[in-house]
Design a protein around this ligand. Structure first.
Ligand SMILES: Cc1cc2nc3c(=O)[nH]c(=O)nc-3n(C[C@H](O)[C@H](O)[C@H](O)COP(=O)(O)OP(=O)(O)OC[C@H]3O[C@@H](n4cnc5c(N)ncnc54)[C@H](O)[C@@H]3O)c2cc1C
Length: 490
């Protein structure tokens, strides 16, 4: 391992990997992942990637329109235009890298439909699209001689002066490295909630690091609650029952086994996610029961097993056969639309700090992401950021500043409980709809946690970094909810 790199990429999801693939081979790059390289939200993506590859039956204009409607017209139209115009080439590019999408019997790409899309335009690899993409892109990144990869390596990052300084912690080992550029591709914040579809890594670390550096954070309360997480009665670990199950015709039923979306929205089960989640909560009030189900058992069992092999298997493990049984579902946290604010080239408000993927706020999603637009966003804007870094890295001297890392490290372990308590607070304060009274109480409690963590002199490890990240994220979300401000700078 070197001491100095041109670029450090935090994250091995779609945004981190595609950044690495688009950086110039003359740049020395380090890519880090705090757990296994494939443990991230990207690998969990089921539904697919939305993009208009077939301009005969579909149009980029329609994709633009659908994205803006789902986002409540709160999207940045320039970013959406770039997404829909440039996205198809990135999808073709990853197919060149070996990513395989499902085909129809006559060998053409199979396009599926998800909520909010006016045309079937989503390419997918059965129901495990993200895993296919991450595995194939990772194979390509591993071939790059200029990119070093560190797995199971927790990063904490600061910027003092021009350059970035990283603490890297791998088991008992502790390293320091510097870089001229930093790409945050550190993913979402799902673990700030009790009920989430997100991977364990989704604790908002990159957002917290950027906030500490003084970067502008935007719309962190723009959170998508998915209507159909598997309602696991035994543990809080949930998994997603993809929107494409409804896309393929599944009915959403209340506790009486009745469809109810017709009471609320003419788009029925395929209304955008926030709308369906919202009406589930309304129906819960109407029936007095939190029991909801998806039912696709009227379809051919072979079709179901072949179209949704991963969901089918996951459900079987829970004792549910989706070809015969109704699937218990309930809303859960799913996706973050806000994040570290970036321009159209992924640049944050901090010099040479870039962000892409779920930790970033490009404005593409408005206040609600259109299904399957996030993998596409990860591709398009990480590529643009990488190109910008390539261009800028030619323009300044290559001398590195030495980082000032404290020699005497604290050794006391961070007490347990901060993460769990933060989750409980967020679940009460802002789940689908904000509860202002709980938000007020929770905000005071979170500020207290932050002080304890700040003054506690705790060892730099996973417990401490994640506790700090989750409390920072919760602080910003609740502040936005309570003040109505959409931007936060430390
Ligand atoms: C269940 C599920 C299904 C989804 N389905 C779809 C879909 O069908 N279509 C779609 O478009 N989107 C989907 N999404 C959303 C999409 O998968 C994500 O938004 C996207 O993949 C995020 O990619 P990313 O690269 O930004 O982050 P991630 O893929 O989450 O990667 C983050 C990386 O950052 C690393 N990291 C974080 N903090 C640190 C740290 N402190 N030190 C070192 N490394 C760190 C992690 O280890 C990880 O490697 C889905 C999401 C989920 C959870």
């Amino acid at each position: 391992m070197k001491k100095n790199y041109d670029v450090v990429i935090v994250g091995s999801g779609i945004a981190g990997l595609y950044t690495a693939l688009n950086l110039s081979p003359r740049l020395q790059v380090l890519l880090v992942s705090k757990r296994e390289l494939t443990l991230n939200n990207s690998s969990l993506a089921q539904g697919g990637v939305a993009s208009v590859l077939d301009t005969v039956h579909d149009s980029k204009e329609a994709h633009f329109r659908d994205t803006m409607i789902a986002g409540g017209q709160k999207n940045n139209p320039d970013a959406v235009r770039i997404l829909v115009e440039e996205g198809p080439d990135d999808v073709r590019k990853i197919m060149e890298y070996g990513v395989e999408f499902d085909k129809t019997p006559d060998g053409k790409l199979h396009y599926t439909l998800e909520g909010g899309h006016s045309k079937p335009r989503i390419v997918h690899h059965k129901d495990a699209t993200g895993r296919e993409i991450v595995e194939k892109l990772l194979l390509q990144v591993k071939k790059l001689p200029n990119v070093e990869i560190m797995e199971h390596t927790l990063t904490a990052c600061v910027k003092k002066g021009k350059d970035f300084h990283f603490d890297l912690i791998r088991g008992e080992e502790h390293f320091h490295v510097n870089s001229h550029f930093c790409m945050m591709a550190s993913g979402g914040i799902g673990r700030v909630y009790e009920y989430t579809t997100n991977s364990k890594i989704a604790t908002g670390d990159g957002i917290a690091f950027a906030y500490e550096m003084g970067a502008k954070i935007k719309n962190l309360h723009y959170i998508q609650f998915h209507p159909t997480g598997f309602a696991n009665k035994l543990t809080r670990e949930t998994f997603l029952i993809s929107e494409s199950v409804r896309g393929e015709g599944a009915y959403l039923l209340n506790c009486h086994g009745e469809r109810f979306m017709q009471k609320y929205d003419s788009r029925l089960e395929l209304a955008p996610r926030d709308v369906v989640s919202h009406f589930i909560m309304k129906e819960e009030k109407a029936t007095g029961s939190n029991e909801f189900f998806l039912d696709i058992s009227y379809k051919d069992p072979e079709f179901i097993k072949n179209r949704f092999p991963m969901i089918y298997q996951n459900l079987l493990k829970e004792g549910i056969d989706m070809t015969k049984d109704k699937i218990p579902v309930y809303p859960c946290h799913h996706y973050l639309m806000g994040g570290i604010d970036v321009d159209l080239n992924g640049k944050t408000s901090i010099d040479r700090l870039y962000a892409a993927g779920e930790c970033s706020h490009t404005g593409v999603h408005g206040n609600n992401r259109l299904a399957s637009n996030s993998l596409l966003e990860g591709l398009v804007f990480s590529r643009r950021a990488a190109k910008e870094i390539n261009r800028l890295s030619d323009l300044f001297d290559q001398e590195f500043e030495e980082g000032s890392f404290p020699e005497d490290r604290y050794t006391e372990p961070c007490p347990h409980g901060f993460r769990t308590e933060t989750r409980n607070i967020m679940q009460r304060a802002y789940f689908v709809n904000p509860n202002l009274e709980e938000a007020r109480k929770g905000f005071e409690e979170i500020k207290r946690f932050q002080q304890l963590l700040e003054n506690g002199h705790y060892r730099l490890d996973m417990d401490y970094v994640e506790a700090k990240s989750l409390t920072t994220v919760a602080y910003i979300i609740l502040k936005e909810v309570l003040t109505g401000q959409d931007e936060t700078v430390k």
